[in-house]
Design a protein around this ligand. Sequence first.
Ligand code: MN
Length: 324
Amino acid sequence: MKKGLRQSIQKTVSAIEKAERILVASHVNPDGDTLGCLLALGLALLRMEKKVTLVCQDGIPSRFQFLPGSELIVSGTSERADVAIAVDCGSVRQLGKKVAPIFFKAKTTVQVDHHDFGQAFGKIQVLEDEASAVGEIVYELIQAIGVEVTPAIAVCLLTSIVIDTGSFRFSNIRAKTFDICSRLVKTGVDLRHLIEESYWIKSRSAVKLSSYGLLNADYSRSGEIAWTVLRKKDFVRYLAKTSDADSVADDLRLVEGVKIAAVFREMENGKWRVSLRSRHGINTGNVARLFGGGGHHNSAGCIIGKSEREKRKLLDELEKLVNV
Ligand SMILES: [Mn+2]
């Protein structure tokens, strides 16, 4: 483990030890990484007999309600914590408008994250770009606290890793990922069941939305960039949720010859939320950052104005990435 990371984990541990009430916060539109970390850390802190608040502004989607402790998650609180810890949040904005002020009421703020194009905001930053999922970092944190990793905690951490590695298929996997997972599985987790429940499952609505997106995709002349637009009315037509759009970019990236996939989703405020996915280590994170967003090399996002001009501008930037 790098020295900087070890030091920030140590700082976090001493802040936790001194604290009475601890808030853990996940990002909006939560995925399995942020929720798995929220619950793993929450369950570990409860074992230390801390007063714990687990907050996710958007609540917990039904597909993750199988996670142990999911009933403890609230969408807001009036409690002021001594220590607040954000998991898997690459920027303050990801905490959500309601949760961010609650988070910053705490005396000590901690950011545990792995986004390479993130924005640092916690007083203590526990950051490791190379971690496939924040679950890897939270595992180290729980080890440092000295709490036993129970099967319930292991299920949460494995879910974090299964989701962020695309069930062990993405290129963000490293040897350490397997080391940690091996130790987690040995606690007695039914890994097969967990993977089936957390990863290999999609609602009919999500499948319809994805099919629509794929069917209506556009391709650049070289075929290396693919994009599709999902409008509000498409979500209504297929009874789809916002989170159902997450996997459309992954599906589009699968197409032969495609190096970068982009999904433009029309938001409530009329803007476009753009999800970017790439292959071969192409750095879409930089482009996302250019438009005020962030993320990883191969998976990034940003929000742009809803106009053909803005869309073109972004596609031109993506074009530059494949033309090097
Ligand atoms: Mn993550």
